[in-house]
Design a protein around this ligand. Structure first.
Ligand code: PRP
Length: 208
């Protein structure tokens, strides 16, 4: 049996659609309800419906053999997994943004609001920039608008949230899209099943 961690929500719907097209759909999707574990005995697949941010953890620890999550989640979690495929959807970027007209004072410690503290820390430490990080769980754009921080490190997709809050991108530094990740030992012990699934997904992606 292969266990697949699916991210619940918008990204999950797209992933599920792709898996279904590739022949890995659940036979009784309508009956899922609030279930978080779904077994398809016939196809020998178990699906785990998890928060997108937790997918990499389930795969790294081997509870799931395979998972799909954004590149941002892989980088932020630092999970030790194989990244086998770029699924090409869920495209966005990680960026530093600040209020329009923001002038950085290099002598002052920079205050940064973010949901992605590890990514942000690495970004500034690589550049040798003294920075202080304030972890927020959402509506990150509010922080510089209200003077809580100078800048944010966050996801930009259409740019609408930034624009409507009078913020502007200073540096777009990471391309994000949905990636198929695999547990290291599963890849060794279930190589045949996993390779078949990956090949089927590749075919579907190239058709789209
Ligand atoms: C994300 C991100 C930005 C927004 C970017 O937030 O944190 O706020 O989407 O999208 P845009 O460039 O298309 O406007 P999300 O919708 O996940 O909500 P959150 O504020 O609760 O994190």
């Amino acid at each position: 049996m292969i266990t697949i961690a699916l991210p619940k929500g918008r990204l999950g719907d797209k992933v599920y659609h792709l898996l279904d097209q590739a022949g890995y759909g659940f036979t009784a999707m309508e009956d899922v309800g609030r279930k978080l574990v779904i077994d398809d005995q016939e196809k020998q697949i178990r699906y785990l419906l998890v928060k997108p941010v937790d997918v990499a953890v389930y795969v790294e620890k081997g509870v799931a053999d395979i998972g799909v999550c954004g590149k941002d989640i892989i980088e932020e979690s630092g999970a030790d997994v194989f990244e086998l495929l770029d699924l090409g959807f869920g495209r966005c970027s990680m960026a530093v943004a600040a209020p329009e007209g923001f002038q950085e004072n290099p002598r002052k410690r920079l205050r940064v609001a973010t949901k992605f503290e590890n990514i942000a820390r690495e970004y500034y430490s690589k550049r040798g920039r003294d920075a202080e990080f304030i972890h927020l769980n959402g509506s990150i754009e509010l922080a510089p608008v209200l003077g809580l921080t100078d800048v944010i490190v966050d996801i930009v997709e259409t740019g609408t949230t930034l624009k409507e809050n009078h913020l502007t991108v200073i540096d777009r530094f990471m391309d994000i899209s949905a990636r198929l990740i695999v547990n290291r030992s599963s890849y060794r012990f279930k190589e045949k099943e996993i390779s078949t699934l990956v090949d089927r997904l590749k075919e579907e992606i190239s058709i789209d």
